[in-house]
Design a protein around this ligand. Structure first.
Ligand SMILES: [Zn+2]
Length: 280
């Protein structure tokens, strides 16, 4: 039997969530046509790329993030660097999820998709994961590696999903658009935002002369828009080999202005993050 193409496999995954899509141009409902594109009632069309992702912005916006950066990040994630974070997220969602199934999980600012996939693999089969990012380079790396989610290149300021359609909205170490987040959430939904704690990557910060990170402003801003119902701290040291160290400095904007030759390899790197669980 012929192996199913990536594109038609993705089309089937998308058909499981097609009812919650909305056209980013006119807002009407969408359907899949010929397993190759999404079309709305006004005939606006968005292609499903052969790599298996949807392109739902009208003009491609170039971001400062390269494909190489996302590949480095994917290597870091697959090496287990963020496993403590994934466990923390799993615990939070598992506890909240019992009463609501199946759950649509939208990862807004998903990058290369590893956090979303590792998390939904730990959750039950009723989860419908959707990863969205404005950076096409990230979504391409995501779609190449993972087939279990719907991948969309889209603008956070114009999320191509219907109002009240998302059960869990993840926003991990990534910018937010709280008005759009509220629109796609319902009264039962949770926003789960991950922000750095003050010791996050402190071994790298020390080497480039950065002060400790403060998330206070971010948390204050978040609290103006949402009700914070839980704060969970994730704090551990991850062991990394020299290859991973190289990937890490490619991945984090912290070290972009420093010559990699000036950075000294550290065997253990601090992961210190806060998981902020909110309701509308
Ligand atoms: Zn339309």
């Amino acid at each position: 039997m012929r192996k199913e193409s990536k594109k038609s496999f993705a089309a089937r995954t998308i058909s499981g969530v097609i009812s919650i899509f909305k056209c980013p141009v006119c807002g009407s409902e969408m359907k899949i046509e010929d397993l190759s594109k999404l079309v709305c009632e006004e005939n606006h069309q968005f292609d499903l790329a052969k790599q298996g992702y949807l392109h739902m912005v009208q003009q491609h916006k170039k971001t400062k993030y390269s494909k190489e950066l996302f590949e480095s990040r994917q290597d870091i994630c697959q090496s287990g660097f963020y496993d403590g974070l994934i466990d923390g997220l799993h615990e939070v969602i598992y506890k909240l999820q019992n009463s609501k199934q199946p759950s649509v999980i939208l990862d807004a600012g998903t990058g290369e998709g590893s956090h979303l996939v590792r998390l939904s693999d730990q959750l039950n089969e009723e989860v419908k994961p959707i990863g969205m990012d404005i950076a096409k380079e990230g979504i391409q790396v995501a779609a190449r590696s993972y087939t279990q989610a719907t991948w969309i290149v889209a603008d956070l300021a114009n999320i191509p999903l219907q109002p009240h359609s998302v059960d869990f909205l993840l926003n991990i170490l990534s910018p937010a658009n709280y008005d759009e987040f509220k629109r796609v959430m319902n009264e039962e939904s949770n926003l789960i935002k991950v922000v750095p704690g003050e010791k996050y990557l402190e071994e790298l910060r020390a080497q480039v002369g950065h002060d400790a990170y403060s998330n206070e402003k971010t948390v204050d801003h978040l609290s103006e828009h949402f009700t914070l119902i839980e704060r969970k701290t994730v704090h551990y040291k991850a062991e990394i080999n020299p290859q991973m160290f190289e990937n890490l400095i490619k991945m984090t904007p912290l070290t972009w202005n420093t010559d990699p030759a000036d950075l000294k390899y550290c065997e253990r790197i601090t992961v210190h993050l806060e998981i902020l669980v909110c309701k509308k």
